[in-house]
Write a protein that binds this ligand. Structure first.
Ligand SMILES: [Mn+2]
Length: 160
């Protein structure tokens, strides 16, 4: 199973076309929030199941703030992360994921890719496809592959 994770497109999801050219077909697309009204456009473009949550800039959106779901036997906790102080550190969001017995926590908000593969839990942020803040400022996304043994592999990818 192959899944692409993106975040913080802020109404400028056009970079998703380049990701689709590179990575598709995939089994699902996950968006960690700050989608700014483009969820239908993104879902049509992707042509696969879309899991998306509201970010702090999705004021009037009817999207869920947090989601829990299972993909490839892995329990995923998806949220934008601003409610768990992710700009200050990963402690609170990691603890929240542990209390929910999640295998993988996915968040956004910081516009910086982050990947922490722990023994019990993995915490990740794909960065922003529209407004990257890490150096160098290349738009980023992540690919998650779950193999037939149930092992997960994560790759952070950049558009240059
Ligand atoms: Mn944002």
């Amino acid at each position: 199973m192959k899944v692409v994770i993106i975040s913080d497109t802020h109404g400028h999801a056009r970079n998703l076309k380049a990701v689709i050219d590179r990575v598709w077909p995939v089994d699902a697309l996950i968006h960690c929030g700050d989608v700014e009204g483009e969820e239908d456009y993104i879902e049509q473009l992707a042509g696969c199941p879309l899991y998306v949550v509201a970010g702090n800039n999705d004021y009037f959106s009817g999207l869920a703030r947090e989601l829990e779901f299972v993909l490839g036997g892995k329990k995923i906790f998806l949220c934008h992360g601003h409610s768990y102080g992710v700009s200050m550190g990963m402690e609170r969001i990691r603890e929240e994921g542990q209390s929910r017995r999640a295998d993988i926590v996915m968040y956004g908000h910081t516009h910086r890719p982050y990947l922490e593969v722990g023994k019990g839990i993995t915490v990740l942020n794909p960065g922003s496809l529209a407004y990257p803040r890490q150096f160098p400022r290349d738009p980023s996304y992540m690919v998650m592959e779950i193999d037939s043994d149930g092992e997960t592999h994560f790759t952070t990818c950049y558009l240059k």
